[in-house]
Write a protein that binds this ligand. Structure first.
Ligand code: PEP
Ligand code: MN
Length: 275
């Protein structure tokens, strides 16, 4: 570590909590994949088995989905996700496949539900990145937390949010980078691109802390054709793993359809980065 970085670390007392030996994922790179949203029991169970067959390490799936427009974005019994039922389906998928599951929590009052429902990795979404009361409560658990960066989050805000969970006693924190504001220059050609990839934050965080860094090539690109390139770039830049949205029929995903990738595309990514 150079003197400048050392002085930042010292000034912020980062070494106390952020530089100590971090919790590590069971394999590297650690790959989490699955649909943006859990859509039905059959779909998530079948997909879990397929994920397992190609060496994915954990199954992702949103049960509670924070949508931009709550009325427009709800369809039938899918009201910003299948909610409690979605968690139940994930648990079945986990039992059938043996894969751990990762799913997003939205509020403090869901903490019991998530811990009792055996969610193996609790995802904190971008919109809750600075929900301090939620982070404080997650700090009291002994369940891994995947903390997604707010689209506005500075490096101090990322480190501070992690510190909040760590000081509560929960040392199983991973940072997830998922793109930041600044993508509008693409939108006249690629309308689904909402965020700009934030690859350089990977080595920057590695200088300052020992917390694992996971990259999300799905939300950061917003466009499935760019997911393989940005996945490879993130791993090359030192990411400890990826969280990738994949779907049996990507164009028909109930949410985030433009960025979902197919089984074959995911398999190709895995072959390249797991070798
Ligand atoms: C998601 O992972 O599906 C999600 C909503 O991500 P983010 O919180 O990064 O927008
Ligand atoms: Mn999504």
């Amino acid at each position: 570590m150079n003197d400048y970085i050392q002085s930042l670390v010292d000034a912020n007392k980062l070494d106390k909590v952020l530089k100590k030996d971090a919790w590590q994922f069971s394999s590297k790179p650690y790959i989490m994949s699955g649909p943006c949203s859990v859509e039905s029991e059959e779909m998530i169970v079948e997909w879990a088995l397929k994920m397992k067959s190609i060496g994915v390490d954990a199954l992702r799936g949103g049960a509670y989905k924070p949508c931009t427009y709550p009325i427009r974005d709800s369809i039938g019994n899918w009201k910003e996700g299948l909610r409690e039922q979605g968690l139940e389906f994930l648990r079945t998928a986990s039992k059938e496949s043996g894969l751990p599951i990762v799913s997003e929590i939205m509020a403090v009052d869901q903490i019991n539900e998530f811990s009792l429902d055996c969610i193996d990795i609790i995802q904190v979404g971008t919109r809750n990145f600075q929900n301090y009361s939620l982070l404080d409560e997650l700090g009291k658990l002994d369940i891994p937390i995947l903390l997604k960066r707010g689209t506005w989050g500075t490096i101090d805000e990322i480190l501070g949010a992690c510190e909040r969970i760590l000081v509560g006693g929960n040392e199983k924190v991973a940072i997830c980078l998922r793109g930041v504001v600044g993508a509008p220059s693409y939108r006249h050609v690629f309308p689904s691109i909402r965020w700009a990839p934030d690859i350089m934050m990977i080595p920057a965080l590695k200088e300052l802390c020992n917390i694992p860094v996971i990259y999300d090539p799905s939300h950061s690109t917003g466009y499935r054709n760019f997911v393989p390139a940005i996945s490879a770039a993130a791993i090359a830049a030192g990411a400890d793993g990826l969280i990738v949205e994949s779907h049996p029929n990507p164009e028909r995903s109930i949410s985030d359809a433009d960025q979902a990738i197919s089984f074959d595309s995911l398999k190709d990514i895995l072959i390249k980065i797991k070798k």
